[in-house]
Design a protein around this ligand. Structure first.
Ligand code: GAP
Length: 514
């Protein structure tokens, strides 16, 4: 854990040093839980967006994208349930004065029990060696079974109190489990209170209830209110999806862990409209499609796991998270939710407009069910950055810091390095850049020794360096050096474009999704 916190600190400082992420309003000492993406960060962020957008819209004939506004009619949020139910149950520790989400305190307690189970299993593995049957062990070991039973009982109690909005019961559970404040170690807890997460502001010059509007807490509602506009203007047939990328705002009380939980963040959401009764089929389909999309980046299969929700949001009949192994441990990266017809029906009721679809194949009208995929763009950024960040000791004992960013997502795709700043080499570099710049973000770097320049490009994740030397003048070839393997090869300038395309073009990433 200590080591992982150190890794997060290293990533934060690396991000600032190389222009990926700066604290917002840095010259004023920053603003809590808000960050600015710098010159390389915004490139990486844009590339992640493109990977998602292309995978959704270009790779699916039946998914289209929109860009709805952040401000919406206030009735939207009454209809969606956010005014009444978008709350976090919060509890304060009286000694440390720190505020926590009550359900998160309990989930962290469950995680500790889970760790005990895993410890027992690894002890078993050591004890029985080759003969170890893990499945059998998990099904029969008394300590494992006792702890599983404990988890089951805690989860059931938590689910019940949350569903019944029984805040006193939730507090009692924290007390009964003897959960202590991680900071003070004290068990001196206040009452649990509900806190609405939406930011409100006034529209126009007249203050008062009637002019109160909200900054959207999710992008999804912009899709729901446009469901019929898109369906009719695009002549879409069910099943079909609407995708959107945009800012969302939540007044998170516990906003920390860098860009993991912020008050202003971006979501990439897709609502898939289906025939009622078919939602579970599509829910399973999207779970596996989204898992494939993530794993396709090559950050490591073991970095992901699914977590089915115990507490379902007010709109869902099934929900699962794709969790990622961040430096702080496994945490939610994406949510996949079966939202039933809740949102469309609510908008029908509050707007008085029909939001049903006439199905020509069934010859009947219905309000579609919705399966949603919702991934945080900033969390994707942190996932890519933290899994890519590596410190290596090389054969000459020197250290290199390298960002092994998936090549198609890298902020700078290729660095062009003329060996010296004379003899016509910079001019050849410029010519190559002029050709490649239409397809890729290219950087020409002529300062310092070639070794230093390689290190600088490794540190910002540039997948290939192209070195121009005196031989280039005669053989019209350059040396390509690959970031991950540090291997070098000599190739003709005329072949550069096709090699880059194969190594880091969008097709190289997207074709594996087929
Ligand atoms: N429309 C459904 C929805 O908004 P959610 O689980 O509340 O569901 C979806 O959010 C995703 O948005 C999360 O999985 C996470 O990646 C991202 N997200 C949520 N709150 C966030 C925050 N405060 N900071 C950064 N990302 C956040």
């Amino acid at each position: 854990m200590e080591q992982n916190q150190d890794k997060l600190k290293e990533i934060i400082s690396h991000s600032k040093e190389y222009g990926f992420i700066f604290p917002s309003s840095d010259i004023y000492e920053g603003l809590a839980a808000t960050y600015d993406y710098g010159q390389l960060g915004s490139e990486l962020k844009n590339n992640i967006k493109q990977y998602w957008w292309k995978a959704m819209t270009q790779m699916h004939q039946n998914i289209v994208g929109i860009d709805a506004s952040i401000f919406m009619h206030p009735k939207t949020w009454k209809a969606s349930g956010h005014v009444d139910a978008f709350n976090d149950p919060l509890v304060d520790n009286k000694d440390s004065k720190k505020r926590y989400r009550a359900d998160v305190l309990i989930e962290e307690h469950i995680e500790k029990i889970n760790k005990k189970i895993e410890k027992e299993v690894s002890k078993g593995k050591k004890r029985f060696g080759e003969a170890f049957d893990e499945k059998e062990f998990r099904n029969t070991n008394p300590n494992v079974l006792r702890n599983l039973k404990k988890i089951d009982s805690i989860e059931n109690s938590m689910k019940k109190t949350l569903e019944e909005n029984d805040l006193e019961g939730l507090r009692q559970l924290i007390v009964d489990l003897e959960i202590a404040c991680p900071l003070s170690g004290s068990r001196n807890w206040t009452e649990v209170k509900q806190f609405n997460l939406m930011f409100a502001t006034e529209i126009g010059s007249v203050a008062g209830e009637s002019s109160r509007i909200y900054l959207r807490p999710e992008t999804a509602q912009g899709i729901f209110v446009n469901f019929l506009n898109v369906q009719k203007s695009g002549r879409m047939k069910i099943p079909f999806g609407i995708a959107q990328i945009g800012k969302a705002f939540r007044n998170e009380i516990i906003a920390r862990q860098f860009i993991f939980r912020m008050r202003e963040f971006e979501q990439m959401e897709m609502q898939f409209f289906v025939q009622p009764g078919e939602e579970m089929k599509w829910y399973d389909y999207w779970k596996s499609m989204r898992e494939k999309w993530h794993k396709n980046l090559g950050l490591g299969e073991e970095m992901y796991r699914f977590h089915d929700h115990i507490k379902l949001a007010h709109y869902a009949n099934a929900a699962s998270d794709i969790e990622f192994n961040f430096p702080m441990g496994f945490k939610e990266l994406e949510g996949i939710h079966s939202r039933t017809d809740f949102d469309l029906k609510q908008h029908e009721a509050h707007s008085g407009k029909k939001l049903s679809y006439f199905d020509p194949e069934l010859n009947e009208s219905y309000v579609p069910y919705v399966v949603e995929t919702s991934v945080g763009l900033d969390r994707m950024f942190l996932a890519v950055l933290s899994a890519s960040y590596q410190q290596e000791i090389l054969s000459d004992q020197s250290k290199r810091v390298v960002l092994k960013i998936p090549p198609a997502l890298a902020p700078i795709k290729a660095a062009i390095l003329p060996l010296v700043k004379k003899d016509g080499l910079p001019e050849i570099g410029q010519e190559i850049a002029n050709e490649l710049k239409f397809d890729y973000n290219i950087q020409i770097d002529q300062k310092d020794s070639i070794g230093k320049r390689y290190r600088r490009q490794d540190a910002i994740g540039t997948p290939v360096c192209i070195t121009i030397d005196h031989d280039t003048l005669n053989d019209k070839s350059v040396t390509i050096r690959y970031r991950d393997t540090m291997k070098q090869e000599r190739i003709e300038i005329s072949k550069l474009s096709s090699i880059l395309n194969k190594e880091l073009g969008w097709k190289s990433l997207l074709e594996k999704l087929n």
